[in-house]
Ligand binder design. Structure first.
Ligand code: 3H9
Length: 693
């Protein structure tokens, strides 16, 4: 049957008739976000269906890559434009003719809520369904917290709303969220489905369902869920609000539930956490954009990757490519190290398989793509070669010298250095334009951050390729300029310097760490030192004791791996304060003539966190970071800065830059000579400006 097109329209929503089914189509690229025009279009289209006596059923579908991926986040914080989404969803549900949602791509947030307002849901197997609002510091605010548990059950709704993780279509089908799964032409199937159900009355409305609630409602379900996720949700406001809203579905009728949902939604929306998380959503996407890249720059093809060094870092880096289906040649100096390295990679993969994250077949597929070798020459056909050898300029130069002779023309030569000067490495070979930094964070197969270091001579297509390949291996790449420590590690330095000075002045490691953990960091500076190894960068001479770190290393307190560092550890690696360390600190303070006093939480924040903001501002003014939000992306993904505080630069804006400057001025005398003010910070504070918008 021929479809009958309606009159042309400028609305992102169009309608066409297929027999007695009205097909409502959204075309709002890139993700069919439910902006004002889409919402209005949906309401108008439902009115059209109601008014047309020739229409007996309705299909709502989307063009492009996805079903509605949610409310339009760019509208948040602006004056609301009617119709608002909850009433659009109600309008759909109250349509007197059956409405079928035809889902492909990702039905997320408000998009899933639209689908829940429909009377039936049909999806392709590749579709994903989710309520990611919690990741934006919100909860599903268009009836989702009340409809979802009524359709999919309490446990599923809790999991989806409070974690924000999407589920697959099959899972959706199994829990009752999807009524029918279909392969092939979705809209055709949806129309056939609509014709099949057109006569069924009463219409199934998710807001009226009670059966699933009766099955699962008990206070224990909520208590257990809270307990099981306490660590994950620590510090965040939104997950608890999501749990509370779903709980209301158990306790109150639908009409009261949605009022409660709205109240909780508005509370979250007006809070700083939601602002921070929404800011971060866009920050992450902005980080992908490279400034100053000539238009027409095309990436170089990367079909095969070489990795030099099969240690923890080299192995982890290799796994990223293997998992993305890219063959890797990994080179080591000795067969024992090579075997150990590849064995560890297999072990890591198998551990993921044991947790159900991979199938045994996927593990084998990844490992088959790996070619371990002792022969440097084997790198000759690689398009991208990443060295992950010992962090020493001479060693790196030697490796790059070899690569210069072996690598094919046009191969990208990347260094995984965390501190060293990429320009100096590049200048030592005949093809500096091919050199770029690709700084992975440990464990490299897990951590999302990738600092892509742009040297003075790095060719634009090399930079673009490094950024794109980073995305392909599911990292969050951020461009950084050349300086000691790039963005992330450079900002770590003032924090570490001040934290160590604070120990001498009277603070304890556990006090400083507690302030950081309460702030929302996964661990404090001394917990981090113990985890990473107190001995990293130590000169290895036990008789040369110039600071607390030297003193700890000299008596074998190298951190968790030795069962002792800034803390004592039991056999389960549980830390406790160490009297030995306390004594070392006190002796050291005496030796240096440092007067010990009571250190307040405020001082710890000012000296260890405000100093980071100051360093971030220097990084910005020197052009090491392209934008303030990139610094935030580095800190959230690389160091676990709590995303509900947006990142150090966004956080500084919420504190107020003049407050930051005042705090630093209060501490300036104690922090000298290491500390100096960023001009940009002073200027911005003076003008009442912010780093981020
Ligand atoms: C909500 O629904 C609240 C309701 O419960 C209640 C309301 C009352 N809005 O990620 P990509 C842009 S809250 C506006 O690179 P992908 C994005 O910025 C919402 N813009 O693509 C980017 O722009 P640009 C709940 C959006 O293929 C472009 O689209 N929904 C939105 O890798 C491409 O995005 C969510 O939280 C939006 N909702 O991934 C879903 N979404 O090109 C958020 C994307 O200028 N979205 N953009 O940089 C996503 O998770 C991913 O974008 C998605 C596609 C998986 C859909």
């Amino acid at each position: 049957m021929e479809d009958v097109m309606d009159k042309p329209t400028t609305s992102p929503i169009s309608t066409r008739k297929h027999g007695d089914v009205l097909i409502i189509l959204s075309n709002n690229p890139p993700v069919n976000a439910l902006g004002a025009a889409v919402r209005q279009g949906l309401v108008d289209a439902i009115a059209e269906a109601e008014a047309d006596s020739g229409v007996h059923a309705v299909v709502i579908a989307c063009e492009g890559q996805t079903f509605f991926a949610g409310a339009d986040i760019t509208e948040f914080g602006k004056p609301p434009v009617m119709p608002w989404l909850p009433s659009v969803v109600d309008t759909i549900e109250n349509c007197s003719k059956p409405v079928v949602a035809a889902i492909h791509g990702t039905a997320l947030g408000g998009g899933l809520e639209v689908a829940l307002g429909c009377h039936y849901r049909i999806a392709v197997p590749s579709a994903k369904l989710g309520t990611p609002e919690v990741k934006l510091g919100l909860l599903p605010g268009a009836g989702g917290t009340q409809r979802l548990p009524r359709i999919a059950g309490i446990k599923k709704a809790l999991e989806m709303c409070a974690t924000g993780n999407p589920i697959g279509a099959q899972d959706g089908f199994d829990c009752g969220l999807i009524d029918r799964l279909v392969d092939g032409e979705l809209i055709q199937h949806a129309v056939a489905y609509a014709e099949e159900v057109r006569g069924i009355r009463p219409l199934p409305k998710s807001s009226e369902r009670q059966d699933r609630l009766d099955e699962e409602c008990s206070p224990a379900v909520f208590d257990e869920f809270r307990k099981a996720n306490a660590r994950k949700f620590r510090g965040f406001d939104a997950p608890e609000a999501c749990i509370r809203a779903v709980q209301v579905a158990c306790e109150k009728p639908y009409a009261e539930g949605v009022i409660e949902e709205r109240k909780l939604f508005m509370e979250l929306m007006s809070g700083t956490q939601a602002r921070a998380q929404q800011y971060f959503f866009f920050a992450e996407r902005k980080a992908n954009k490279i400034e100053g890249l000539p238009e027409n720059t095309e990436p170089r093809p990367v079909r095969k990757v070489g990795v030099i060094g099969a240690g923890t870092m080299g192995g982890g880096i290799s796994m990223n490519f293997l998992s993305a289906g890219i063959p890797v040649t990994i080179v080591e100096m000795g067969s024992e190290a090579l075997e150990r390295g590849t064995g560890l990679m297999r072990k890591n993969y198998e551990a993921s398989a044991a947790k159900g994250k991979l199938t045994a077949e996927q593990v084998e597929k990844a490992m088959r793509l790996l070619s371990p070798t002792l022969d440097f020459q084997a790198l000759a056909d690689c398009d991208l070669i990443i060295e992950a050898v010992y962090e020493n300029m001479d060693v790196k130069k030697e490796v790059f010298g070899k690569l210069d002779r072996i690598a094919k023309p046009g191969a990208i030569l990347a260094s995984n250095t965390s501190y060293l000067n990429i320009n100096e490495i590049a200048a030592s070979i005949s093809r500096p334009g091919d050199v770029v930094g690709m700084h992975f964070f440990s464990p490299a197969n897990v951590m999302k951050l990738l600092e892509v270091v742009r040297g003075d001579k790095t060719a634009p297509d090399v930079l673009l390729t490094a950024m794109q390949i980073g995305k392909k291996i599911r990292k969050v790449p951020v461009v950084a300029g050349v300086c000691h420590g790039f963005i992330g590690n450079r900002m770590l330095m003032p924090r570490q310097i001040e934290a160590t000075k604070l120990l001498l002045e009277g603070a304890t490691p556990e006090q400083i760490d507690r302030v950081h953990v309460e702030f929302g960091m996964p661990m404090g500076p001394f917990q981090m030192a113990d985890l990473a190894g107190v001995d990293i960068g130590w000169h290895r001479d036990p008789n040369r004791i110039e600071n607390i770190r030297d003193a700890l290393c000299a008596i074998d307190r190298w951190g968790q791996k030795k069962g002792a560092g800034f803390y004592d550890y039991d056999e389960k690696r549980r830390p406790s304060p160490s009297p030995v360390v306390q004594q070392i600190i006190e002796d050291f303070a005496k030796k240096q003539g440092v007067e010990r006093r009571v250190i307040t939480e405020e001082e710890i924040i000012e000296r260890t966190l405000y100093t980071m903001v100051n360093e971030g501002a220097k990084i910005l003014e020197e052009g090491i970071a392209q934008r303030a939000s990139d610094i935030d992306v580095v800190w959230v993904y690389g160091y676990g800065w709590p995303v509900y505080r947006g990142g150090p630069m966004f956080w500084a804006d919420t504190v107020g830059l003049s407050m930051i400057v005042d705090g630093l001025k209060r501490q300036e005398a104690r922090m000298k000579p290491e500390f100096s003010f960023s001009k940009l910070l002073l200027e911005k504070a003076d003008k009442g400006e912010k780093f981020t918008r």
